[in-house]
Design a protein around this ligand. Structure first.
Ligand SMILES: Cc1ncc(C[n+]2csc(CCOP(=O)(O)OP(=O)(O)O)c2C)c(N)n1
Length: 664
């Protein structure tokens, strides 16, 4: 049992490391770590199941600092608890180039950082995915191997963000009782008091969505401990509203927005040292306090050992699969299964929409991989994300493999990231491509974190027809391609769809988006190729016997248009070739030689894509011809729209002929 005095000194270690690091960096947010230090101290000294010496222990409790601006809280904890990645030098290098202690916690920088946070609300939504993953894996592997809590520290900002509503209602519905949110209820944000803009009773709000809630004094260690204790026994997720004083200990600035996001200044820090009775130099933690923290870091070592024994005692097959899934490796049988599926397709190429082709590919993938968890934001029948293997999960039964995310695109994408980060699961989730805008902040973070979340975005152009311009993406392919480290696939037929899916599944360090058509597509790949041609991003689909005068580049549904344009041009005596470009990013990664060979040197280059031109100049040059969209679409049957917007083989062929005539 930790005495009150000791608790205070341990919490003060967090406060002073945070104050001093922000001061040295001349930037950062001291207010939150100072205010939430008591909560964090109780959580990590009395409850967190983790092992700084084995930070990847699969059954560790997860801690998510959703209020990522308070990063010094997390870095202080990791240093104090003995995580080797965060040394005192890293603390001194807070916010400097190359340090592990970035302005906001970045996944991959150091063990113990479970996710990248900073965009408010994301961490909370990630944690819902982590808690779902825990339940799904628990249903598969039992309490012996998977039985842990997910703790979140969230601030006013996280709870004001819209994504919090999506996250909390899903968590409440699924009765994720091992999710415990500690709300740093300090009533202060950047502009001042939260009363300037908000009068929500957060406890009532959460209760309305099926949560257990409590209000406590966030500076009273026993109250904090009692609340967590009771939260652990709840049959619902729990919100603990911890009333705190932002910048606790700062003599003149505490309780005000002035401590939120800027260094306190030497005088204020000196005052805090006096007020809290802390006479250690900056970055020095008195050895008895450091010892106490390091001891706290050892608390779960026995438990980890017992867990390892249980894992060792599991039957070889279960253990092997569990370990493989947690490593994120695929079973060796996977590529053979995909090859076999592709062979079957080539024997009888189907004319189907690529969303349907995606469902067919998923049927093969889900049979081969028990770790895929599907889902959709209420468009299951349209996104074709459900297969015969994927029964729904529910609060009562997590043995299924499908999440009905509800109309919560942003929450879905962030929860998927949480599942990926948890490990053991490869999540994929669907909506319409145009609504990727609603999910984009989480999709961007998946790219930044270099994690394998797979976004299934159907209805990928004006080809969706009558629903009209609200639903017809035009700039979305370009916008998603603009995100670094994001694989955007737009397959042209069933074989390409299978190939793109395979790359997405095998892509360990980048998320993927599959842009898929609503309308049926004629097969363009009709013979079997063992090689995954889509893995190179672009490839010659149809060559020409004579020197080509025209190269037609296209993606997805417009590859068919390009093939028809080639036929017209060939017949008119202008040899043409077609290059399918299912993934810009992968094409960019190919060697110069490969790219030159695929691009070719025909004098006329044309790209056909039912979206905007942006991004295409890299392939066709600024003098290339683009056949696509220049503005929003319209509501009409798809074939009429293609004619209306001039995305036809005839238009492409005549543009090429005109250019050839100009060239002489
Ligand atoms: C999506 C998003 N919008 C805006 C910001 C900028 N921002 C960082 S912290 C903050 C205020 C957060 O207030 P609160 O959660 O109460 O934190 P505290 O003041 O208690 O530290 C804002 C607006 C952000 N990080 N993310």
């Amino acid at each position: 049992m930790i005495s009150r005095d000791k608790h205070d000194r341990m919490a003060n270690a967090i406060r002073f490391l945070s104050m001093d690091a922000v001061e040295k960096a001349k930037s950062g947010h001291p207010g939150l770590p100072m205010g939430a230090a008591d909560i964090a101290t109780v959580l990590f000294t009395r409850f967190m199941k983790h092992d700084p010496k084995n930070p990847d222990w699969a059954d560790r409790d997860r801690f998510v600092l959703s209020a990522g601006h308070g990063s010094m809280l997390l870095y202080s904890l990791l240093y104090l608890l003995g995580y080797e990645d965060i040394t005192i030098d890293e603390i001194k290098n807070f916010r400097q180039l190359g340090s592990r202690t970035a302005g906001h916690p970045e996944f991959g920088h150091a063990a113990g950082i479970e996710t990248t946070t900073g965009p408010l609300g994301q961490g909370l939504a990630n944690s819902v995915g982590m808690a779902i993953a825990e339940r799904i894996l628990n249903a598969r592997y039992g309490d012996d191997l998977v039985d842990h809590y997910t703790y979140v520290l969230a601030g006013d900002g996280c709870l004001m963000e819209g994504i919090s509503q999506e996250a909390l209602t899903l968590a409440g519905h699924l009765k994720l009782n091992k999710l415990i949110v500690l709300f740093d209820d300090n009533q202060i944000s950047i502009d001042g008091s939260t009363s300037l803009t908000d009068s929500t009773d957060q406890c009532e709000r959460f209760e309305a969505s099926g949560w257990n809630t409590m209000r406590i004094d966030g500076h009273d260690p026993d109250a904090i401990a009692g609340a967590i204790e009771s939260a652990k026994k709840a049959d619902k997720p729990t919100l603990i509203a911890c009333r705190t004083t932002i910048g606790f200990g700062a003599p003149t600035k505490s309780g005000t927005a002035k401590v939120h996001g800027s260094p306190l200044g030497a005088e204020e820090i000196a005052g805090a040292r006096k007020a809290l009775g802390w006479d250690a130099e900056p970055f020095v933690v008195p050895s008895d306090i450091l010892d106490d923290w390091r001891l706290a870091g050892l608390h779960s070592a026995k438990e980890r050992k017992a867990w390892e024994d249980r894992l060792a005692a599991a039957d070889a097959e279960t253990r092997g699969e569990f370990e493989r899934r947690m490593r994120g490796d695929l079973p060796e049988t996977f590529s053979a299964a995909m090859l076999e599926y592709k062979e079957k397709l080539a024997a009888e190429p189907p004319k189907v929409a690529s969303r349907k082709a995606s469902e067919m590919a998923l049927e093969a993938i889900n049979a081969a991989l028990p770790e895929t968890i599907g889902g959709s934001a209420d468009l299951t029948g349209s996104n074709n994300t459900k297969t015969s293997q994927t029964g729904p999960i529910s609060a009562e039964d997590f043995s299924g493999r499908y999440v009905h995310y509800g109309i919560r695109e942003h929450g879905m994408a962030a929860a998927m990231n949480g599942m990926t980060l948890h490990g053991g699961i490869i999540p994929y989730g669907g909506t319409f491509l145009t609504f990727s805008d609603y999910a984009r902040p989480a999709m961007r973070l998946a790219s930044l974190m270099q994690i394998r979340s797979i976004f299934v975005m159907t209805h990928d152009s004006i080809g969706l027809g009558e629903d009209g311009p609200t639903h017809q993406p035009v700039e979305h392919l370009a916008a998603l391609r603009a995100i670094p480290n994001h694989l955007v696939f737009r397959p042209a037929d069933a074989i390409e769809t299978a190939e793109c899916w395979q790359v997405a599944i095998e892509s360990r360090k980048a998320p993927s988006t599959l842009a898929l058509s609503r309308q049926n597509l004629a097969p363009v790949r009709t013979s079997h190729e063992a090689d995954n041609l889509c893995a190179r991003g672009a490839y010659e689909l149809a060559g020409s016997d004579d020197d080509a005068r025209v190269t037609l580049f296209a993606t997805g549904s417009e590859v068919e248009v390009a093939m028809a344009a080639k036929a017209l041009l060939d017949a008119a005596g202008h040899p043409a070739r077609v290059v399918s470009v299912p993934c810009f990013e992968l094409f960019e990664q190919q060697s110069d030689d490969y790219r030159k060979a695929v691009t070719g040197n025909a004098p006329v280059k044309i790209a056909i894509e039912a979206g905007i031109r942006q991004g295409w100049d890299a392939i066709i040059g600024s003098d290339g011809i683009f056949i696509g969209m220049t503005g929003f679409g319209a509501s009409a049957p798809a074939p009429e729209l293609y004619k209306h917007f001039g995305i036809t083989a005839e238009a492409a062929a005549s543009a090429a002929q005109k250019r050839l005539a100009e060239l002489g």
